[in-house]
Ligand binder design. Structure first.
Ligand code: NAD
Length: 419
């Protein structure tokens, strides 16, 4: 993975690229490239042995023109102020491209959760929730899971908020367990939107997805579920998968769900017996496949690697996996990239459905969730390809930003500048 590209600068470049196709004043454009506010906090947490440890944590509220700030909370040693700023900005344009009524936010704690006990992680999560409490709420800012956080952390944050506020407010956070106000279909939602984007992309490009070969970098929540759904619902053949320990490959394909079960049991996909070979992550990213799905972290594909990518189509399940320089090279090389802000937007879309259900205290069936998600993703895909054709953008990413920025600018202008 390259550490050259600063994800916040990547975001700003993506906004600038789209602005060339839009009639947006330079001063207004500045607003679209910077967060409205950032909380930076140092959390003091008691360890199991009685000692104290201090953890740095952030919450960035990038833009609230279209509704409450919305975005996940990441636990990772690589979390930084600029990463959180970038991820919060991508949320603004993601919620806009799928047209759910939210702004964008993101948070994170600099921590490697594998080094701490469950009790320590609970105290750390509750300490963060206490700091977040004044700035989050069902109408203000609604966090959700991201890398290394899931239902467990969301349930703790909800409980801390409700305890301190002396209320019930399940809509303060999404991605909760079903018994704590979570939605059916939320766990699968990100992978499902990646699958739906791949389906629409192949249809749009006139390619057959049945029997198409698929490589997935990052076999976690987003990547493994996308792989399984592409295999089960579209008839694609998953030939390669990776995680932070390495990559596996079988040119004839393997059972995507069994590979995930194996990873859950052993901690990694490496050693899975249906795989014929082990590869490095770079080898996986440059395999000659029909569809490549980067589903790990930012900057997985830099300019050097972009020259070597052999996939015909890339669908981004991760946020920001391709640096702007790499993006230009892939565009020149006619590799069709379908961007993160559409392909992984299923997570925030079903988070929106969860919040709607929490507010109405009326819960939907999984079928209804999946049907509504399919409608949202296909409508967004059509808006993106319309912009691609009408504006003549060089690639689908710029088209997605064109659609999203237009919607954010309209909302801002309708409200006007205050005071
Ligand atoms: P996860 O922790 O479940 O999975 C991440 C996977 O990537 C893990 O298997 C990890 O081993 C692997 N990985 C890490 N570094 C790697 C490397 N260098 N090479 C190969 N594999 C590597 O996280 P997730 O929730 O699936 O999130 C993955 C990406 O999807 C992130 O960019 C996240 O922001 C994005 N995303 C997730 C959701 C969601 O709802 N989970 C929603 C939108 C976007």
């Amino acid at each position: 993975m390259s550490d050259e590209a600063n994800p916040f600068e990547s975001l700003q470049e993506q906004v600038d690229d789209a602005a060339e196709f839009l009639d947006v004043e330079a001063d207004l454009l500045e607003r679209l490239k910077h967060p409205e506010r950032i909380l930076e906090t140092n959390l003091t947490v008691e360890m199991d042995d009685g000692s104290l440890e201090v953890f740095k944590a952030f919450r960035s509220q990038f833009n609230g023109d279209r509704g409450p700030y919305k975005g996940g909370i990441r636990y990772h040693p690589g979390v930084s102020r600029d990463e959180v700023k970038a991820l919060s900005g991508w949320m603004v344009y993601k919620t806009a491209v799928v047209d759910v009524p939210y702004g964008g936010g993101k948070g994170g704690i600099v921590v490697d959760p594998r080094e701490y006990s469950d009790a320590e992680m609970e105290r750390l999560t509750r300490a963060f929730a206490k700091e977040l409490r004044p700035i989050i709420g069902p109408n203000q800012d609604i966090p959700a899971p991201d890398v290394n956080t899931g239902q467990r952390e969301m349930n703790w944050i909800k409980d801390t908020y409700e305890t301190l506020e002396n209320t019930t407010a399940p809509g303060v956070i999404t991605g909760k367990a079903p018994d704590s106000g979570g939605s059916a279909g939320r766990v699968e939602a990100t992978g499902r939107s990646t699958m739906l984007t791949a389906r629409e992309a192949f249809r749009y490009l006139g390619k057959d997805i049945e029997g198409a070969t698929v490589a997935v970098q990052g076999y976690g929540n987003a990547g493994s579920i996308a792989a399984r759904l592409i295999e089960e619902e579209l008839g694609g053949t998953v030939v390669a998968a990776s995680d932070s320990s390495g990559a596996i490959y079988n040119p004839d394909g393997f059972d995507a769900a069994a590979a995930k079960d194996y990873k859950d049991e052993t901690g990694s996909v490496t050693g899975f017996d249906e795989a014929e070979e082990e590869l490095t992550n770079e080898e996986l990213l440059t395999l000659d496949v029909d569809l490549l799905i980067p589903a790990a972290l930012e900057n997985a594909i830099d300019a050097d690697l972009a020259e070597e990518v052999q996939a015909d189509v890339v669908v981004e399940a991760a946020n920001g996996p391709i640096t702007p320089d790499a993006d230009d090279i892939l565009t020149e090389r006619d590799v069709e990239v379908f961007p993160d802000i559409l392909a992984n937007a299923g997570g925030v879309t079903v988070s929106y459905f969860e919040w709607v259900q929490n507010r109405q205290r009326f819960y939907w069936t999984e079928q209804r969730v999946n049907d509504e998600l399919e409608r949202v993703v296909t409508e967004a895909f059509d808006a993106l390809t319309d912009a691609y054709e009408e504006k003549g953008t060089p690639n689908f990413r710029t088209a997605a930003y064109v659609v999203a920025i237009e919607r954010v600018v309209k909302a801002y202008q309708q409200g006007g500048t205050w005071p």
